[in-house]
Design a protein around this ligand. Structure first.
Ligand SMILES: Cc1ncc(COP(=O)(O)O)c(C=O)c1O
Length: 379
């Protein structure tokens, strides 16, 4: 254990506390923030929101990007764009951050949990297909759950810690079963599957710029899509459903105040300029970790899956012998190296205990063994 702490301290060149993930502001952040303040356009309209949306769409090769106040809001709206209503069901993975299930629940829809793959930690196409074949039927272009008689309207895979899941296979299955694909790409800005950016495979994709993400605006999110109608609707819903007018306040439905303030967008435009440097640093750190952990018995470093390029946002290991996980967490945290276990499975939380599940063997295996290790961009 001491060997691991020594290695991480050497790698980050400090004996002080090493956090899991710190943001880095090493570019034009202050310049753009000052410009934003001087302009007085600090709130929901301003040039930085427009610039950010254009630059982000370009970066991920999507036609449209709509900025939001956070990633959860981006997911909530993405599900509404996929036409999910309170009577519907949405398939997702149990191994995810709570926001995925919260967004589904805000609509009143119910999650169904299918297993993840061991190599990607993301939703397993095999588990998805088995669940659908065993439990569902297609009636008039709808996927009907034979147990609940409800429509399964969408599927939300998540690219865990920036590692792409097998999204092409998932997309094919969703198409076959008339299920809308909504990607939770909150963690995977800069990650690709077969050279296509994550978040751009489905009808819509959602990203997060929370403080712990690869780039941050303090809080923020974005919705991406190639569909102009959906992009316009996303803008409308996130801006209180106000009909543009010179002075009248007319709103044509119940909308949301989910706009990203210009101030946050100013920060984000500067962060986006540094994204490639951040990814280089993280991929370099991953190589170091991979080499180091190859000589440690019982602990495997989690590498990018086949056919993908990872941003390696949050780096992780698997402590193979489950009995050793808590010792690893204890020792590293006591010695100033921050490490954290992966999330508790969503289907084990009180709110989602009664949700339908497939066999969740891989999710359980990973839940008990995966630990995140310091992953900040090194200066
Ligand atoms: C997988 C996942 N989904 C959704 C979110 C929600 O993003 P936010 O915190 O910006 O609301 C996050 C991050 O926080 C996340 O990790």
């Amino acid at each position: 254990m001491q060997k691991i702490v020594d290695f991480i301290q050497d790698t980050f060149k400090t004996k002080e506390f090493i956090p899991l993930h710190e943001p880095r502001f090493i570019g034009n952040e202050k310049k753009y923030l000052n410009d934003c303040i001087d302009s007085t356009f600090v709130s929901s309209v301003g040039k930085y929101v427009d610039t950010f949306e254009a630059e982000f769409a370009k970066r991920v090769s999507a036609k449209y990007a709509v900025a939001t106040v956070n990633g959860t809001a981006a997911l909530h709206i993405s599900l509404l764009l996929a036409d999910v209503t309170k009577d519907d069901e949405v398939i997702t993975q149990p191994l995810t951050f709570i926001a995925t299930c919260n967004a589904i629940s805000y609509i009143g829809a119910k999650p169904i949990f299918v297993d993840v793959d061991l190599d990607t930690m993301g939703l397993s196409p095999k588990s998805l297909e088995e669940f659908l074949k065993d439990n569902c039927e297609i009636i008039g272009n709808r996927c009907i759950n034979k147990t609940t008689k409800k429509t399964i309207k969408a599927c939300v895979p998540m690219h865990t810690f920036g590692h792409a899941c097998k999204i092409e296979d998932i997309k094919d299955i969703c198409n076959e079963w008339h299920i809308a694909l909504v990607e939770d790409a909150a963690e995977s800005l800069g990650s690709y599957y077969n050279e296509k950016h994550t978040g751009t495979f489905g009808k819509v994709g959602a990203f997060s710029f929370n403080g712990n993400k690869i780039i941050t605006s303090g809080g923020g999110g974005v919705i991406v899509t190639d569909d102009e109608t959906l992009a316009k609707r996303a803008k409308h819903l996130t801006t209180t459903a106000k009909i543009p007018h010179k002075w009248e306040y007319v709103h044509d439905e119940i909308g949301y105040n989910y706009r990203m303030p210009n101030l946050n967008a100013a920060l984000l435009v500067a962060q986006l300029e540094k994204l490639d440097d951040f990814i280089d640093s993280k991929r370099n750190l991953a190589l170091k970790y991979e080499e180091f952990f190859s000589s440690i018995d019982d602990i495997d470093f989690i590498k990018e899956p086949e056919n993908s390029v990872s941003n390696y946002w949050l780096q992780a290991v698997i402590v193979k012998d489950v009995k050793n996980r808590d010792d690893f967490l204890d020792f590293t945290n006591k010695n100033g190296v921050m490490t954290r276990p992966i999330w508790k499975l969503m289907n084990e939380l009180d709110m989602f205990k009664d949700c339908q599940c497939s066999n969740l063997e891989n999710s359980k295996y990973l839940e008990q063994r995966v630990v995140n290790i310091p992953s900040s961009v090194r200066l």
